[in-house]
Design a protein around this ligand. Structure first.
Ligand code: OGA
Ligand code: NI
Length: 296
């Protein structure tokens, strides 16, 4: 059985953590280990080998870049990232880096397994919200599965910079695995909105809802704001897998989530439109959502 720690996140309004972790998720430890260690191996390659994939074009896949990677970026963060298209496998696997040699096989096994976990979690979430179990099947999850393979080298002065600035992922749900080095933090709700260290149990996957979950659930579930702090001693490697709608998908609150006689919190939009607004808002969680809020 798949166990959700902080299971109250599924369907309750008053959770303090926006993230949760799952154990007994069915992704073999060996598949997760191959993924994170081949990712570490990629970042350990000589710079010229990684630079083959370097691009300043934020639309390019695969793409090796540093910091957040927006063209407008004025401040740089302590992150290197290999962004990959992952699913459908047939569409993307020919473009994956050829080095390290075991990366492609690791990506194939991990993508398949982790996507299945994400879809299962979405069925549980839909049921928890009182929706049809298949609410997220179809267009809402028909976009490509994209992966950020992140690497944060040790930072000599952690107080001076951040690995990744606060943000909420734009998609529906993100599933994250890491190499056991801490750094991810989630925004606490209530109590001043401080940050909580995310401390995954060995073998756990961290699950983070994105903006689209907040829209579809009409605010019953929040997109979790998160950030990554740097570490003076150890290098953190993480693999964030993004499940997202098709660009043409019309996203709207599920009818069952909107009380009778009330308007949904957000006006309908296409995911394409949302992604454009998200890029323009440069990580400001509330500013992005405000663009889509229905006026009272
Ligand atoms: C991301 C992200 C967190 C991490 O890639 O969107 O939030 O721990 N990553 O690297
Ligand atoms: Ni994120």
């Amino acid at each position: 059985m798949m166990t959700c720690l902080l299971a109250e996140t599924l369907g309750v309004h008053t959770h303090t953590h926006c993230d949760m972790q799952v154990i007994n998720h069915g992704v073999p430890g060996q598949v997760m280990g191959e993924m994170t260690s081949s990712a570490e191996e990629f970042f350990g390659l000589p710079t010229e080998e990684k630079m083959v994939h370097y691009s300043t074009d934020s639309k390019k896949l695969p793409r090796f870049h540093t910091s957040i990677g927006n063209e407008q970026e004025k401040l740089l963060y302590w992150r290197d990232c290999l962004k990959l298209g992952c699913y459908p496998l047939e569409q993307f696997r020919q473009q994956w880096p050829q080095k390290p040699a075991r990366l492609r096989a690791a990506l194939e096994a991990y993508t398949t397994a982790v996507r299945a976990v994400a879809l299962r979690l979405l069925r549980l979430t839909a049921a928890g919200l009182g929706l049809d179990e298949g609410h997220f099947d179809g267009e809402l999850t028909a976009g490509p599965v994209i992966m950020n393979v992140n690497h944060y080298v040790p930072c000599p002065e952690p107080s001076l910079t951040m690995g990744l600035a606060p943000h909420c992922d734009p998609n529906v749900v993100t599933v994250l695995a890491d190499n056991g080095v801490r750094g991810l933090q989630a925004r606490r709700r209530g109590g001043g909105g401080g940050w909580v260290d995310v401390e995954p149990l060995p073998g756990a996957l961290v699950v983070n809802f994105g903006h689209q979950m907040e829209v579809v659930s009409n605010g019953a579930l929040r997109g979790g704001e998160h950030r990554v702090v740097t570490n003076a001693r150890a290098a953190r490697t993480s693999v964030a897998t993004f499940v997202m709608p098709a660009m043409c998908c019309a996203v709207a609150a599920a009818p069952g989530m909107v009380p009778d006689g009330e308007a949904p919190k957000y006006r309908p939009f296409t995911y394409q439109e949302f992604v454009g607004a998200y890029a323009a808002a440069a990580g400001d969680r509330d500013a992005v959502l405000a663009r889509f809020q229905n006026k009272e």
